[in-house]
Write a new protein. Structure first.
Length: 219
């Protein structure tokens, strides 16, 4: 598939998600397109930047957070961030600072709080916000946690792996997730990040709940 066709299909999917969510405020969360897409390896830095720009610091759990780079960046920005992941891993030795464009080194003595366990729905009770960027088998559980406990969530559905539901023929997995969240009584706001691949994120919350991790412009 050509890059132009790939971009067009991505734009069409985004518009479909926005329409199905039925929320007039979706566009306010949409990150403006940048001239050139960044590489996939910068996705944690880009999501961190989006969260800092749009949300208020709170208690956040990065579900399936891997090495913990997102949690590390959030903690440096004043968030109470932890990782929930069954596989213990050390922080990466370095990462690209998108502000300076230079490599930033993480001391070996640095760490982030971790729960070395698979995500269970009841674990959401201790957090205001759940992040599921690459959380295989956890997307539905995260949305169920939002519906039950009133926290918010950021999900970036990628692969349909070990989930209790599958899309109907001709329905994209991302669309399936939006439909499920709406059916559970949640509001869904879509946004895009500037990296290659599946770069559409969903900000999911319960409309009747307290404003956990509110959009800054809504304050």
């Amino acid at each position: 598939m050509s890059k132009r066709k790939d971009r067009r299909k991505g734009a069409e999917l985004y518009e479909a998600v926005v329409h199905s969510a039925g929320n007039g405020d979706v566009a306010a969360l949409s990150a403006p397109p940048e001239p050139r897409p960044l590489m996939r390896k910068f996705r944690f830095q880009l999501l961190h930047r989006w969260m800092v720009e749009h949300l208020t610091p709170c208690r956040v759990a990065d579900v399936g957070g891997g090495k913990g780079l997102l949690a590390y960046l959030l903690r440096r920005s004043g968030w109470d961030a932890v990782v929930i992941d069954p596989v213990p891993q050390p922080l990466p030795a370095k990462y690209r600072n998108l502000v300076t464009g230079e490599q930033a080194h993480i001391p070996e003595t640095e760490s982030v709080p971790r729960f070395s366990a698979s995500f269970a729905q009841e674990m959401a009770q201790g957090f205001d916000l759940l992040v599921a960027m690459h959380a295989h088998g956890c997307i539905v559980r995260v949305i169920d946690a939002v519906a039950q406990y009133g926290c918010s969530a950021i999900v970036m559905p990628c692969c349909v792996i070990d989930e209790p539901l599958t899309p109907a023929p001709g329905v994209h997995w991302l669309q399936c997730v939006v439909d499920y969240a709406v059916a559970r009584g949640c509001t869904v706001q879509a946004f895009r990040l500037n990296f290659k691949g599946q770069n559409i994120g969903l900000y999911v919350r319960r409309p009747t709940s307290a404003a956990a991790a509110p959009h800054k412009d809504a304050a």
